[in-house]
Design a protein around this ligand. Structure first.
Ligand code: SPD
Length: 287
């Protein structure tokens, strides 16, 4: 082991990795992008010293951010991924046969380049249904009204270039970019981390106000700060992720793809929406 890397998330509290070598390191106009080879979690993609994924645990995040919304929609043909330049979310979205096109809009070409070169097992970039565009996702959604069935916000944490992905105006543009019955999912940070309470509450309340239905859901992602990670689901219309129709779609999807998945299944789809009391307090839904 050559050195250690720590992502600090609360004072001097953080998660530390043994690093054998640095495979990629670039300071781009937006951020510092690195791929590190760790001693125990495979390769790590970091942005401004925050972990975006490890080869060992990325499947949790990518399966959960993709399959929960896609199986909740009866016909998810057109999908937009904002961010997601590593291609992991695209890989999972493209498992769905009904998807006819995926626009992946990433602000920083270095994330795509580093991932294509050093994280080959993570991203799916060869599927003809996928179009990768290097552009600010905020402008993209403003310019694409009524265009998508599902929008997935797979951005970084709310600092630096991803900060705008947590603003009300961005979510309003996402609302306008969705077809009727469209679904939006956004990565929403950890409810254990005090300074993320505001962004989580903020995202949930904006989505709840703008959309007909909003729900927070949780996954276990060991290498993200605290290991508990939130995503927010919102629908223009009443496509409930816990409906009987969705349950049937999840069952069909699992019958076809279950052997290739590592986290998501029928039980997880259902239980992911069960929120502990303290999380309900964070978003203010505790009666
Ligand atoms: N702190 C991690 C926040 C998650 C950001 N997205 C990760 C990108 C993986 N496709």
């Amino acid at each position: 082991m050559a050195f250690t890397f720590t992502e600090y998330y609360e004072g001097k509290t953080g998660i530390t990795f043994g690093v054998n070598r640095v495979l990629f390191s670039e300071s781009t106009p937006y951020q510092k992008v690195e791929v590190l080879e760790t001693d125990s979690w495979g390769r790590l993609l970091t942005v401004d010293d925050m972990v975006m994924l490890s080869e060992q645990d990325e499947f949790v995040y990518h399966e959960m951010i993709a399959h929960v919304p896609l199986n909740s929609h009866p016909k998810p043909e057109k999908v937009l991924i904002v961010g997601g330049g590593d291609g992991g979310t695209a890989r999972e979205v493209l498992r769905h046969e009904q998807v006819t096109s995926v626009d992946l809009v990433e602000i920083d070409e270095a994330v795509v380049r580093a991932s294509q070169e050093f994280l080959r097992g993570v991203g799916e970039f060869d599927d003809p249904r996928l179009t990768v565009t290097i552009e600010d996702g905020i402008h993209w959604v403003e310019d694409h009204k009524q265009s998508y069935d599902v929008i997935i916000v797979d951005g970084s944490d709310p600092v630096g270039p991803a900060e705008g992905l947590f603003n009300r105006s961005f979510f309003e543009s996402c609302y306008n970019a969705l077809h009727e019955q469209g679904i939006l999912v956004a990565q929403s940070e950890s409810p254990w981390v005090q300074h993320y309470h505001e962004p989580i509450r903020h995202i949930y309340h904006i989505m709840d106000e703008l959309f007909d239905l909003a729900k927070l859901y949780l996954s276990h992602i060991p290498l993200y700060p605290t290991g508990m990670w939130a995503m927010t689901y919102a629908c223009k219309g009443q496509l409930d992720p816990l409906s009987v129709e969705t349950e049937d779609r999840v069952a069909n999807f699992m019958a076809k793809h279950g052997e290739h998945l590592r986290y998501y299944n029928q039980d997880i789809h259902h239980s992911t929406f069960a929120l502990p009391q303290f999380v309900r307090r964070v978003i203010g839904t505790l009666e």
